[in-house]
Design a binder for this molecule. Structure first.
Ligand code: NAP
Ligand code: ZN
Ligand code: ZN
Length: 368
């Protein structure tokens, strides 16, 4: 591995004390991820310091590192991605109540919020008007510059934004729960997906495979809608009862007007009309996939059948804890391929080719 200490300088630090942590970062939209030393704040009384054990690789990391969301969420470089973090508490501030040194802890997409606005009071910190401080590429209120994510040996977080993780779950398989898990669990719960319903999960990737596990655990009959016929066997193993290959018109026609709920996890623009046509009257399609380019909507596709098209963003801290507890009770983790840090650039390319079953997770021991 390259010497991280030889890498480029990061942001200047404020007067607040800080320490160095090894990380991997991109320095431009076209640069591969490479070693970089970043600064983390010295823990305050309510902070925990985590040794990162595992960090999942989310498709959002690729969008953000490559500045694909330039118009809505531009990237500040260097960018250290990673928001599916499982770690071990190595230091706890004097006022920390919920964690002790040696505990497992997890961090997802959020590391702080204003805690006073209407969304924060409702436990929906992801919609904080403050705005929320996301785990990476958000303004860092402590050190200045931007926050740095979990592709790093250590992270410092206020205990209010750290999640408790059962020792019963495999920590590598649990890491993707912190984004792929909560992003699929939250809309399924919000739209009250339940036994007796027919639910479609569009796209069988990191989010999609968690969507299948959750929707079937909630009792729904799940159909996977995929462009990859080769994923059919996995879809059934993950909990689906049926698979629809979306490039085959006859298979799509078979499901017309039949779904109560569709969870669309696709990372690229789609012809949404094709999917709206699959909903029943009063059915709902929720978009969680976040391609940057527009996807046109024809009003008639919503008007006919009074269908709903909605979106959903990760989940709040309380719901993330609820989801982790649900996973511990039901033995749910992600299906992961564990990689060493230097393989991350190749992992991005494989994810873009749909060649991942179903989430890459970086073993951060490879960074130490
Ligand atoms: P992923 O593992 O790459 O999965 C995406 C899946 O979409 C692929 O496996 C593929 O499934 C399908 N797909 C990809 N390109 C396609 C195309 N051109 N046409 C049709 N289907 C295509 O990605 P992920 O990590 O699950 O993330 C998915 C999306 O959700 C990303 O845009 C990500 O940024 C976004 N996201 C949103 C939130 C949120 O809070 N809303 C949170 C996390 C991630 P098949 O092979 O089965 O077709
Ligand atoms: Zn994510
Ligand atoms: Zn707020």
């Amino acid at each position: 591995m390259n010497d991280p200490l030889a890498s480029v300088q990061t942001q200047p630090t404020s007067a607040l004390e800080s320490f160095e942590a090894r990380a991997w970062a991109a320095v431009s939209p076209t640069a591969p991820l490479a070693p970089l030393v970043v600064r983390r704040r010295s823990p305050r009384p309510t902070d925990v310091v985590l040794d990162v054990l595992y960090c999942g690789v989310c498709h959002s990391d690729v969008h953000q590192v490559r500045d694909e969301w330039h118009q809505t969420l531009p990237t500040t470089y260097p960018c250290v991605p990673g928001h599916e973090i499982v770690g071990r508490v190595v230091q706890a501030g004097r006022d920390v109540r919920r964690f002790r040194e040696g505990d497992l802890a997890a961090v997802g997409c959020l590391v702080d919020s204003c805690r006073t606005c209407a969304s924060c009071r409702d436990g929906l910190e992801q919609f904080c008007e403050g705005p929320a401080t996301f785990t990476y590429n958000s303004n860092d209120p402590h050190l200045g510059g931007v926050t740095y994510g979990g592709y790093s040996e250590r992270i410092v977080v206020d205990e209010a934004f750290a999640l408790r993780l059962s020792n019963a779950l495999d920590p590598a398989g649990a890491a993707p729960l912190l984004c792929a898990g909560i992003t699929t669990y939250s809309p399924l719960r919000h739209w009250n997906v339940r036994a007796g319903q027919k639910v479609g999960v569009v796209g069988l990737g990191g989010l999609g495979h968690m969507g299948v596990k959750f929707a079937s655990a909630l009792g729904a009959r799940v159909v996977v809608l995929t462009t990859s016929a080769g994923k059919a066997e996995d879809a059934i193993r993950l909990g689906a009862t049926d698979v629809c290959v979306t490039t085959r018109a006859t298979e799509m026609e078979k499901h017309a007007g039949s779904f109560d709920f569709l969870l669309n996890t696709v990372s690229a623009p789609l012809d949404l009309a094709q999917y709206l046509a699959l909903l029943k009257r009063d059915g709902t399609m929720t978009l969680v996939g976040a391609p940057e380019s527009p996807q046109p909507i024809v009003a008639m596709h919503l008007i006919g059948g009074r269908r709903r098209l909605t979106g959903s963003l990760i989940g709040g801290i309380a719901e993330t804890q609820e989801m982790l507890d649900f996973c511990a009770e039901n033995g749910i983790t992600a299906d992961v391929e564990v990689i060493a840090m230097p393989s991350v650039n190749e992992a991005y390319e494989r994810m873009l080719r749909g060649n991942v079953k179903y989430r890459f997770v970086i073993d951060m021991a490879s960074l130490r």
